[in-house]
Design a protein around this ligand. Structure first.
Ligand code: ADP
Length: 396
């Protein structure tokens, strides 16, 4: 069956139409600048990309255009909307309400709305996507797949902050984690590549993109992850600080005369490797600058990689061992130096990188030596395919 996967942001929308039987992408694309002016980039499989500028005052026009392109006489890949069997929506924050994907119903939507306070920018956008699809594809079964769901198996010792317990009880202040769909996909794929049962494996997944997070997956279940109540905690990222001493915030606020809101903007948008390097949030730019002798850029890379290695070490402790470490997302899939440097901290585990196997980008590969006690892998993530699979499982 064909599943339309929708990833709806506040001013953009990504989509893929996937044939679930063959797991082939039939078409994919992106609507941008919704509410500003609007443009759609549509790519039918095996054909050139088409870019059309079109007014998109709201998400309704954007999704209508996606459906028009999918059924278009030339650019289309299906004859009619009847050929879309179901829609899978990427959702952001499901709080403690969603430990797995869920069929879209009025009750489900109300439950998502009750989590909006955790992700005030992102959750409402995903709900707009659902509501527009309900309007334009009436009666079509739909499923929501949450970024937080895979991490709901974390035990209390991993998800509680050292804060007054009443804040957890009253307001749900705890660690939730994000990128769950990617962590789940990569953990499953890692087990498949190794030819092992996921129930028998201790896996650490390093999702290293512009946003970065790491998770400990024991027997197929997440037992810890680096992001928290919000996606700001944990690793150093493109523009996000990751872990910082909360005491430093008042110190900076006082010295620089910043409000709480301004401090949060600083932590989310101006920190991470961008803030550290003073060059860019894009690792390719930072690596370029470091290669030309920019010491601040070199330090930013070191701080980033060291933090990942420290988290890996802590997750080995969390699981009392590790069988495999998988690298994914923009940097994890493409940057052999980052992978090798992180692995170089982990020799004590019996992890030995194979420089020849690691000398590639964007491909599935075991990058450790044959004798390496702990396996290291590169596993390109595929969140859309995971959303398609979860949708099919629930719709069937
Ligand atoms: P997100 O989805 O969180 O926006 P991605 O997973 O697409 O991010 O990752 C984007 C990051 O991956 C960018 O910082 C980019 O520099 C990095 N990246 C992509 N290709 C390479 C490469 N060949 N070498 C180093 N970094 C790369």
């Amino acid at each position: 069956m064909n599943v339309l996967v929708i990833n709806c942001g506040s001013s953009s929308l990504k989509y893929q139409l996937i044939d679930s039987a063959s797991e082939q992408v039939l078409a994919k694309g992106l609507c941008e600048r919704i509410g500003i002016d609007g443009a759609i980039t549509h790519q039918p499989a095996g054909k050139d990309k088409i870019k059309i500028e079109a007014a998109m005052p709201t998400h309704t026009e954007a999704i209508a255009l996606v459906l028009e392109q999918l059924t278009h006489p030339e650019n289309g890949v299906i004859k009619s909307l009847d050929e879309i069997a179901a829609v899978g929506h990427r959702m952001v924050h499901g709080g403690e309400k969603f430990a797995c994907s869920a069929l879209v119903t009025d009750e489900m939507i109300a439950a998502v709305e009750s989590c909006n306070a955790f992700a005030p920018l992102h959750n409402p956008a995903t709900l707009i996507g659902i509501n527009v699809c309900r309007e334009l594809l009436p009666g079509k079964p739909m499923v929501g797949v949450f970024d937080t769901a895979f991490h709901q198996t974390m035990p209390k010792k991993a998800f509680l902050y050292g804060l007054p317990y009443e804040y957890y009880e009253k307001h749900g202040v705890r660690r939730y984690g994000f990128h769950g769909t990617s962590h789940k996909f990569v953990a499953q794929r890692t087990a498949e590549i190794l030819g092992k049962n996921i129930e028998d494996l201790k896996i650490i997944v390093c999702h290293l993109g512009n946003g970065a997070s790491i998770s400990a997956v024991n027997g197929g279940k997440c037992v810890d992850t680096s992001m928290g109540l919000t996606p700001l905690e944990g690793l150093i990222m493109g523009t996000r600080s990751g872990d910082v001493d909360p005491g430093a915030l008042e110190f900076i606020a006082d010295l620089e005369g910043l409000s709480v809101k301004e401090i949060l903007t600083l932590l989310n948008k101006k920190s991470g490797v961008l803030g550290l390097s003073g060059v860019s949030s894009d690792f390719r730019d930072i690596e370029g600058a470091a290669a030309e002798g920019n010491e601040q850029a070199a330090a930013a890379l070191e701080v980033f990689r060291y933090r990942v290695a420290k988290y890996v070490g802590s997750y080995v402790a969390a699981m009392n061992g590790v069988d495999a470490i998988a690298f994914t997302a923009g940097l994890g899939e493409n940057d052999k130096v980052t992978r090798a440097t992180i692995c170089s901290y982990l020799g004590y585990l019996g992890l030995e990188i194979d420089p020849v196997a690691n000398d590639m980008r964007g491909k599935e590969a075991i990058i450790s030596t044959q004798d390496s006690k702990v396996k290291a892998l590169c596993v390109p993530t595929n969140e859309e395919l995971m959303i398609c699979r979860e949708t099919v499982a629930l719709v069937k």
